[in-house]
Design a protein around this ligand. Sequence first.
Ligand code: UDP
Length: 340
Amino acid sequence: MKKILVTGGTGFIGSHTAVELQQHGYEVVIVDNLSNSSVDVLDNIAKITGTRPAFEQFDLADQARTAKFFREHHDLSGIIHFAAYKAAGESMEKPLEYYRNNTGSLINILEGMRDNGIRDIVFSSSCTVYGQPDQLPVTEDSPFKTAWSPYGNTKQICEDILRFSSQLLPVRVIALRYFNPIGAHESALIGELPLGVPNNLVPYITQTAIGKRECLSVFGNNYNTPDGTAIRDYIHVVDLANAHVIAVERMIREKCKSRMEIFNLGTGEGYTVMEVIRSFERVSGVKLNYKIVSRRPGDVEKVWADTRLANEELGWKAVRTLDEMMLSAWNWEKALAQRQ
Ligand code: UDP
């Protein structure tokens, strides 16, 4: 059985990917410092797949500890690196923590790969590297725009580190640029678990609907879009997870066309904030309490993916609709409420 390291595997996208990997016959080892996730996720992965993944709790920004891990796991067939800080707003308050954690962890992992002959890494990148693109839908060769937050900048820097590493070291990379991952596993056993007040739209919507938050603030309705609210390309987390399995398989089967490949992962469809709210109301039957407030600093007006490269090269396509995304997110929120 091929063994894959999933860093950040108890987190939102990591946990869904661990499930899909196991269901495709891979052995999964999770490393996570549990800074933004719970160890209970492992039990829930086991409930879905029948197998509890191996787990080691430590901080990948710790160089010596990470080196020890890699010495003990030199038989890894590949790595999917999710573990990172991810809140743009928070990164404005803690810029150095973001730089140290996000770039330091990646460097420690690359050292572990170099020193132990592990070749393949899939990296969690983000459409944030594009900023507000000049052309939509945005293709992978669109240039990076100056990042507005340290968080976004760490994704750009990490891609740069990976590009040179792929040229100068025996390392091969697939960077996946996610658009807006939402939703939850159909079992409602795993999903997004934001600590404290959510920054992201969909957890804020479901928490408001369940009564944990009073009212959703819609950030701006004077954008140049059909209803004035901002447009994003929302993608179901299970579709996203499946793309990671395909990326790992592509590397293992020697199908990569260059030492670093980059793919957008989205549906290719853009929806406004109001369309997301309407979808939620439709599938849940709950009327959402929301108000329009001013724009959130740093938000781009509109972005959606050109997904042709992923569709054609990976043979992957996001298949779940916005309604399915919202319904699964709602089922997850309700399941959480029952557990608490
Ligand atoms: N948004 C909103 N209210 C919220 C959170 C988000 O109106 O409480 C909007 C945000 O301005 C953006 C969209 O929802 O247009 C998606 O935001 P999110 O933070 O989920 O993802 P981002 O695209 O910023 O990474």
